[in-house]
Design a protein around this ligand. Structure first.
Ligand SMILES: C[S@@+](CC[C@H](N)C(=O)[O-])C[C@H]1O[C@@H](n2cnc3c(N)ncnc32)[C@H](O)[C@@H]1O
Length: 274
């Protein structure tokens, strides 16, 4: 198995706990906002380590691979992968459902990379992808500090990861940094629904509206923004939204960086140059 099993120079700020909005309302001159502290990165990694044994089966029950396929085709990712030696990064790869969906719709080989903070999930992804004749390069790393140089990938994607973060813009900034100009960013996020509320209570996640998701992508400097609700299986209904966008062709420089995500890291420190 080719998993680099150490978390790479993760800035200490990523371990800190932020909070996410749960509900808000008004009563006369009162404004009430309810927020909940997210789980820390290490708590979350422990939880996903624990859930990893049954995750592939849960993903199959929810029909994730099928649910991701149509929006992936609409996103233009398949066209972007049409050129020789295209590179793809799946952030928070889990058991690999999104990667498997892309491999199925692309119907051509590409250079496949994945990161996750849970080492047990990476082991499951490795097994699932190899079963589908894909040999991935996997790294234990946080999406807020992606261990690759700028402008590396043609497609950067994440399914049901960003809603775990109190500061999703830090992750999006990193995803955009490693994306090539003209490349596709694809992200699925839990939306408000009965299942979404269950996920939110258990995992302390956002439920992300179309408007909110689009705003995050726009603030990250992306263009051609699109959102579409997706239907998951097992009676959960339209519990998720697929968002996609492009990095503008003129965007040759790294996006503005406040020094949090990439502090102290140079290209030479990156174990995963391609
Ligand atoms: C809900 S699962 C989704 C897995 C997969 N993308 C899918 O669609 O089936 C979320 C995954 O993201 C990983 N994860 C959570 N926070 C992360 C972070 N900050 N950086 C990288 N991976 C993270 C978890 O370990 C887990 O494998």
């Amino acid at each position: 198995m080719t998993i680099a099993n150490r978390i790479l120079s993760t800035p200490s700020t990523l371990g800190s706990q932020g909070s996410i909005p749960i509900a808000s309302g008004g009563f006369g001159s009162f404004e009430i906002a309810l927020r909940r502290r997210t789980r820390t990165a290490s708590d979350l990694a422990d939880m996903y380590d624990g859930a990893s044994k049954s995750w592939a089966q849960t993903s199959r029950r929810l029909g994730l691979e099928t649910a991701y396929s149509d929006p992936l085709i609409s996103s233009g990712a398949v066209e972007v992968l049409g050129k020789p030696s295209a590179h793809v990064l799946d952030c928070g790869i889990g058991s690999g459902s999104l990667s498997l969906a892309l491999a199925r719709v692309a119907q051509k080989p590409f250079d496949h990379h994945g990161i996750d903070t849970s080492s047990a999930m990476l082991a499951v992804a490795d097994a699932e992808l190899r079963r589908a004749a894909i040999v991935p390069q996997l790294h234990q790393a946080d999406v807020r500090a992606i261990p690759y140089p700028d402008l590396t990938f043609d497609v950067v994607m994440a399914a049901h990861v960003l809603e775990h973060l109190s500061e999703p813009h830090l992750a999006l900034r990193e995803m955009v940094r490693v994306l090539k100009p003209g490349g596709v960013l694809f992200a699925c996020m839990t939306r408000r629904s009965v299942f979404g509320t269950f996920v939110q209570l258990r995992w302390r996640t956002w439920t992300v509206s179309n408007q909110q998701g689009i705003a995050w992508l726009r603030e990250s400097g992306l263009t051609d923004l699109q959102a579409r609700p997706i239907e998951l299986g097992f009676g959960t209904g339209r519990a998720s939204t697929a968002f996609w966008a492009k990095k503008p062709l003129g965007a040759l420089d790294s996006p503005p960086n406040d020094g949090v995500a990439a502090r102290g890291r140079t290209v030479d420190d990156c174990p995963a140059q391609i």
